[in-house]
Ligand binder design. Structure first.
Ligand code: SF4
Length: 366
């Protein structure tokens, strides 16, 4: 059924709340480490050759002498720090394939963060993901290499907006996409990801559900469910730029191409696609179906990362870059480990309420 109502600010998208700067507590606790050599030489080449093998079909050999010294240094220092690196599917291939300990979509990274045993978790993703890691594992030190790595969805709604929705629709449960701040999660009944949004909405047994903040994911879920969905007018600045027309043109030129889209895309894009799913579901679908030519309608690095694993699949444009994900780089990850910055700490009262909503999702039976 279609979304029954979409609520939200009609004017310009509000500015993202500025994340608080670290107060240096992590640096005082762990201390700084000496800056390692970042020289490219035959020994570094030998020691990193195995890692370059993984990405040689997506990273030109001329770029490896810049990346390799950082890869070597990060992998050594993360052991010294007893740190674990979590990387989202939208991270660049040299991060995703060469320094990350765990990779995945938001749900997979949240699960890894919750069970991480290391002292330090470095979140190579965006700010809300680091908050989620801190919410789920508050004993650990959670770092993000760039504090400004935000998200247009997370900045589209505030905790106050959710309270307003609850007043306007009393008794209607609130399902919140994980791409939100901790304060928004704290006002919610349960969170969801693009992997499990339909399952979460239907798990509540309610005739109506408030679903925030992604209007397109809300429409995607509503189209598959009898639950009446009240949506919020937020969107992902990366996925909303695709259009059904451009995909139809690509298909007209090559009828054999397979189009795989993320559910944060507008409905005409989803209608023009052969498969729609979260980044994790897209990867599973590609592994299983091994199409010859694919348009991956999502962030560009995702195609590079899958291409590294499936060299026989050809990925064609369009794709869009996420400027927030691209703030994370190898030099910033190294700095993050050397100086234990930027630490993400969610206020305990907010974290406790947000944890209930996130854990309720994590413990849902699949
Ligand atoms: S791709 Fe979209 S939803 Fe993901 S972090 Fe970037 S802006 Fe946010």
């Amino acid at each position: 059924m279609p979304v029954v109502e979409t609520v939200g600010p009609l004017d310009e998208r509000r500015a993202a709340p500025s994340p608080a700067a670290s107060d240096g507590a992590a640096l005082r606790k762990f201390g700084a480490l000496p800056v390692p050599s970042l020289e490219w030489n035959a020994e570094v080449e030998r020691q990193t050759a195995r890692l370059y093998e993984r990405i040689k079909n997506v990273v030109p050999s001329v770029e490896w002498p810049f990346f390799a010294p950082y890869v070597k240094a990060i992998n050594a220092i993360k052991k010294e720090r007893n740190a674990v690196i979590l990387a989202h599917n939208y991270q660049t291939p040299e991060i995703y394939n060469c320094v990350a300990d765990f990779v995945g979509d938001s749900l997979q990274l949240a699960r890894e963060a919750a069970k991480a045993k290391a002292d330090v978790i470095v979140q190579c993703g965006v700010h809300f993901m680091a908050e989620t890691a801190n919410i789920l594992n508050p004993e650990k030190t959670v770092l993000i290499p760039d504090l400004e790595a935000g998200c247009s969805l997370a900045s589209a709604i505030t905790g106050e907006d959710v309270r307003m929705l609850r007043e306007r629709f009393p008794g209607v449960p609130v399902v919140t996409y994980v791409n939100t701040s901790a304060e928004v999660k704290a006002e919610s009944d349960i969170t969801c990801t693009s992997s499990n949004a339909l399952q979460v909405v239907e798990s509540l047994g309610s005739e109506r559900v408030i679903f925030v903040p992604d209007q397109y994911l809300a429409k995607y879920v509503a189209a598959q469910s009898k639950v009446k969905i009240i949506a919020w007018k937020g969107s992902c600045e990366v996925h909303e730029r695709f259009t059904g027309d451009e995909l139809e043109m690509i298909r007209a030129n090559d009828p054999s191409v397979q189009i795989v889209a993320h559910p944060e895309c507008p409905p005409d894009v989803i209608a023009a696609s052969d498969f729609t799913g979260s980044t994790a579901h897209m990867i599973d679908w590609l592994r299983k179906n091994r199409p010859k030519r694919v348009v991956l309608v999502t962030e560009c690095s995702m195609a590079d990362n899958v291409q590294a694993e499936l060299p026989d699949v050809e990925f064609t444009r369009p794709c869009n870059l996420c400027p927030h994900m691209k703030r994370i780089t190898l030099p910033k990850i190294l700095d993050s480990l050397l100086y234990t910055k930027e630490e993400i700490v969610v206020a305990p009262a907010v974290a406790e309420k947000a944890r209930r909503a996130v854990e309720r999702m994590i413990h849902l039976k699949s």
